[in-house]
Design a protein around this ligand. Structure first.
Ligand code: PEP
Ligand code: MG
Length: 528
């Protein structure tokens, strides 16, 4: 990593010197900026920290660049804000350097060993995480997608922040058509974000997919679970299947076939998803995953970094409500600065850093001025955690001269669901996170390819969801489901049957889910 950064710095400094010697001062200055960025520990250090914790090298550089670019892009000075692009370019050069080094190794990249091949999702457990093979995939580099046409991103482990960035890049004719990940499964956050963006994605793919030749035509059939490289039948290299479904939602509300009102909100981590969700008829944002842009962070995000992420999302809602979740640095979202055996992560880490919590709460209140905003605490396991957040929220709101917003908790830990009644009087709402809850109840690793939204149909999970719904209703507070089970056609009717009347689903899924609800009879039919 150090060598790759040093090579880029040297290269750019050399080029700048040549340009100066030729009298091209303006160009030299531009290139020198790249040399300075490549030599600056602000980019190198977080990338090094990430690989020390086992992260893939390309992902480490990309995430470090994303985090730094986000800070720069948020600066009021337009010149400085433009440096965000320079940071990404330097990162792209470092990635190219890393790939060049990797290609020299025995057969890691560039060998079209399999020739035309077909890869289906691995049934036999998760692929390896963060192994040496975890380099860039052949269908699009981490920071520099192919200049022409649609492309399929192939990675050892797809980074959700990278997906959001590539999907929103929208420049030139390069279009992210889909993604393939060797690691993870349907409940990994990359898969969740892909669903939210409406992108086809395979997770838990055969590791041989990383050896597939770059730049060849390929068909990604996410329904069949196949990536077909160099298909025998000449077909377009990629077909974007986009659904333009009529949404039966009016102001975020749809009626079931037997007349029950159900509210549909959307889950987002970016402004693009929020726009997509609202255009599909969502009544607002039911879950804003604030941690996704910061999973590569080298330290706690500052208030202005939070604002840079929150403002574009919340201002695009046109006054519709948003439930903003506090940083959930847990599971597959633990950033380098919290990684390491025995160190607190997730909610414990956030509560252990009151300044970081204060920064995020202030940013939420500032960014949320244009519409109703509520604060959601992830992975809650004790009343004390709620009390701590409520206290600090009251202080921050008091300092800003406003009333504190509503405060709710994610019910996504089995023990919390089992004693939901103990939390009912402490909060304004419950949001049931079936992704973590189902895995916790059933003892399944969330990263396992077998971990999928439909697991929530297990009677053990449904029994606890019913318990939470009843506890919420007895406490007179709102209950919603924001886990991906709410967008599963088999689990959704069961949730409605248990009394759930508000759901929040991946943004691209909103119209389809609303159609399913409209076709559902909650009370069933009389048996003749
Ligand atoms: C969940 O666990 O169901 C949830 C919505 O949170 P996340 O998927 O972000 O862990
Ligand atoms: Mg969760």
């Amino acid at each position: 990593m150090r060598a790759a950064f040093a090579a880029v710095a040297r290269d750019r400094a050399g080029l700048a010197a040549d340009l100066r010697a030729r009298g091209e001062q303006a160009h030299a200055q531009i290139v020198e900026i790249g040399a300075l960025i490549a030599a600056d520990p602000a980019l190198l250090d977080p990338a090094l920290a990430a690989i020390r914790t086992g992260a893939d090298a390309v992902m480490a550089v990309t995430r470090a660049a994303d985090a730094q670019a986000a800070v720069l892009a948020a600066l009021p000075d337009a010149d400085l804000a433009q440096r965000a692009g320079d940071v990404r370019q330097v990162a792209a050069a470092v990635v190219a350097e890393l790939r060049g080094a990797a290609a020299g190794g025995p057969g890691q990249f560039g060998t079209a060993a399999g020739g035309p091949g077909q890869f289906s999702t691995a049934a036999g457990g998760p692929g390896p995480f963060g192994t040496a093979a975890g380099g860039p995939g052949p269908f699009g580099a981490a920071t520099a997608p192919p200049p022409e046409g649609p492309f399929i991103l192939v990675r050892q482990e797809v980074d959700p922040a990278e997906l959001i960035r590539l999907a929103g890049a929208g420049s030139g004719s390069a279009v992210l058509a889909g993604a393939v990940s060797v690691g993870g499964g349907a409940s990994s956050h990359a898969a969740i974000v892909a669903r939210g963006l409406g992108l086809p994605m395979l997770a838990g793919a055969d590791p041989r997919v990383l050896e597939a030749p770059a730049g060849h035509p390929a068909i990604l059939d996410a329904v069949a679970g196949e990536l077909i490289v160099d298909p025998a039948e000449p077909e377009p290299a990629a077909v974007m299947v986009s659904e333009a479904l009529a949404s039966p939602l009016a102001d975020g509300i749809v009626r079931t076939a037997d007349g029950e009102q159900v509210t549909v909100l959307c889950n987002v981590a970016s402004a693009a998803e929020a726009k997509l969700g609202l255009s599909g008829g969502a009544g607002g944002v039911g879950l804003l995953r604030t941690e996704i842009p910061f999973t590569g962070a080298a330290r706690w995000p500052t208030e202005s970094e939070h604002l840079a992420q929150l403002v574009p999302i919340l201002t695009g809602l046109g006054g519709k409500s948003a439930i903003v979740r506090l940083l959930d640095f847990s599971g597959d979202k633990v950033p380098p600065f919290l990684a390491g055996a025995g160190r607190p992560y997730g909610l414990a880490a956030l509560l252990g850093a009151p300044d970081a919590l204060g920064s995020q709460l202030r940013a939420i209140l500032r960014a949320g001025r244009g519409g109703p905003v509520a604060v959601l605490v992830p992975m809650v396991t004790s009343a004390d955690e709620v009390t701590q957040v409520r206290k600090q929220l009251a202080e921050v709101a008091g300092a800003a001269g406003i009333d504190p917003p509503e405060l709710g908790i994610m019910v996504e830990v089995a023990a919390t669901a089992a004693q939901a009644e103990a939390f009912g009087s402490l909060v304004d709402f419950f949001s049931i996170g079936t992704n973590d809850l189902a895995c916790d109840i059933l003892g399944i690793d969330r990263a396992d390819p077998g971990a999928e939204p439909a697991l929530a149909a297990d009677p053990r999970v449904l029994a606890l969801i019913e318990h939470v719904v009843r506890a919420g209703s007895e406490a007179g507070i709102k209950v919603s489901v924001c886990g991906d089970a709410a967008a599963d056609p088999h689990v959704l009717p069961l949730l409605l049957g248990l009394g759930v009347r508000t759901i929040s689903v991946g943004a691209a899924r909103v119209p389809r889910v609303a159609q399913w609800i409209a076709a559902t009879r909650i009370r069933g039919q009389d048996v003749p």
